[in-house]
Design a protein around this ligand. Structure first.
Ligand code: PLP
Length: 469
């Protein structure tokens, strides 16, 4: 493209596009970054500057990396053959992907297509609400979610959101959602207790009993909490959650929107914990962002609850998703899955995930501002604190400054962002699942430099105030 065309595009973006999750005022003069191409783990902006992307497209999505021609080819071939038909009918990639997906999810059997993580979760909630109406006079319709978890952006998904800053100013919310405590050991009084996992899962039972088990339909949890601070559940946690769900007839809905399709080193996050969910939702990594697709997967038992004679006119899942019928989504998802299998990507996630954790733990020895390093696979967080002994969190602006410094160095890292008041202090890394040691070294080196610069700034301002006193 000619420089003038590029300028025009940048101006069009600045003048007309309303971007997500940002205050636009500073951009009224400068304009946002416009990304024009990507290959592997690197992207280029409209000014030709290259960046190493440690967050898979900003929000843990482009898991198999940029520039995959085979996915683009699969989507193109599908679109010219048959682009769309409403999901009341089947299509070839939809049927193929469903059966491939079920192969890697023992115990699950039905796949419902839609096109965003929020929507997939809403389907899960609607199943619970309708099941309550069909079986329990509507009583068992309430849904428990967890502090710090996120399940999407729509008003009902936000009603199940454990990140109060994401919810602020968007109420009133949908009734029937109840919050349970988070399970982050680093931020819990009894976090060092070897039994902490079981104890924190028992909070679910307390809530079910307090609220009346006959009213609770499901509990919706992230297997590893993402935007709430990269929280890996402590040992024994999910096993206990499962036991409680069984005891009180509560469905287990696991939100794999971030963890799903390999991010944590297994196909799904829940597969680390040996649990058997009733509902699993996924989106981002399903097609690595090459097409918009999300799915709500259920057991056959749950599906069968909705079977009835045609004369029973209201006894079927009366949900519709127009773009759930886009054939590009499953076509991309099929090829995405083939790549993960053929390139042995889960193996890479485990090896590189361990390496990344080790490197960050080494960095923690050098920079006491890193209070905690945690993660699973290529899904890692480093929580920043003012003092490792008191664990007082740094201000959000400090985490933002580290991210900005890395960006200046040409490395895109992430952070918890206006989610949990006082705890927007975790740096987030979720590189593509194909990353190499060299790329991880580059990412960690940029954080090292950024934290060094931060310390230098603090020292300078300390000596300035000393000199002024
Ligand atoms: C765990 C989790 N669930 C659901 C969602 C919502 O997905 P979407 O933005 O595709 O609606 C997100 C988005 O970040 C997420 O992190």
């Amino acid at each position: 493209m000619k420089p003038n065309d590029l300028n025009e595009i940048a101006n069009n973006d600045k003048s007309h596009v309303w971007h997500h999750l940002v205050q636009h005022k500073p951009w009224l003069s400068t304009g946002p970054m416009v990304i024009v191409e990507g290959k592997g783990m690197r992207v280029k902006d409209i000014n030709g500057r290259e960046y190493l992307d440690a967050v898979s497209g900003g929000v843990w999505t482009v898991n198999v990396g940029y520039g995959r021609e085979s996915i683009a080819d699969a989507v193109r071939d599908q679109l010219v053959k048959m682009c769309y038909f409403s999901n009341s009918a089947g299509n070839i990639p939809g049927a193929k992907f469903a059966s491939k997906l079920i192969e890697i999810m023992p115990g699950m059997n039905r796949v419902y297509y839609s096109n965003s993580g929020s929507e997939a979760n809403e389907k899960g909630y609607k199943l619970v609400r309708q099941l309550a109406a069909l079986k329990n006079d509507g009583k068992k319709h309430r849904i428990i979610y967890r502090d710090r978890d996120y399940h999407g952006t729509t008003i009902t998904a936000l009603s199940s959101c454990g990140q109060s800053q994401r919810k602020d100013q968007y109420g009133p919310f949908t009734p029937g959602f109840i919050e349970m405590p988070h399970c982050l050991a680093y931020r819990s009084a009894n976090g060092d207790d070897p039994d902490f996992g079981v104890q924190s899962a028992r909070e679910l039972e307390k809530i079910i009993l307090r609220e009346d088990p006959d009213t609770i339909g499901s509990v919706c949890l992230e297997p590893v909490t993402a935007g709430g601070g990269v929280i890996v559940p402590p040992e024994g946690y999910f096993e206990t959650i499962q036991e409680i769900c069984k005891k009180y007839g509560v469905l287990l809905h696991l939100d794999e929107v971030v963890c799903g399709m390999g991010r944590t080193g297994k196909w799904f996050g829940y597969q680390h914990f040996g649990v058997k969910p009733d509902i699993v939702t996924m989106a981002k990594g399903v097609a690595s962002g090459y097409a918009a697709i999300s799915v709500t997967v259920t057991t056959e038992d749950l599906f069968e609850e909705f079977l009835a004679e045609p004369g029973d006119t209201m006894h079927y899942f009366r949900d519709i998703s127009t773009f759930g019928g886009c054939a590009a989504g499953p076509a991309a998802a099929l090829e995405n899955m083939r790549i993960i299998e053929d390139e042995n990507i889960l193996d890479n996630v485990n090896k590189m995930g361990d390496y990344l954790m080790d490197q960050l733990r080494e960095l923690q020895q050098k920079h006491p501002i890193i209070g905690d390093v945690r993660g699973k696979g290529l899904f890692v967080g480093a929580e920043l604190v003012k003092d490792p002994t008191t664990r007082e969190p740094v201000d959000e602006s400090v985490a933002a400054a580290v991210v900005a410094d890395c960006l200046k160095q040409g490395v895109m890292i992430g952070r918890t962002n206006r989610s949990v008041p006082e705890f927007n202090n975790t740096l987030c890394l979720s590189p593509a699942l194909i990353c190499s040691k060299d790329e991880l070294d580059e990412i960690v080196a940029s954080i090292d430099v950024a934290l060094g610069n931060l310390t230098a700034q603090v020292e300078t301002s300390k000596s300035r105030s000393k000199a002024m006193a």
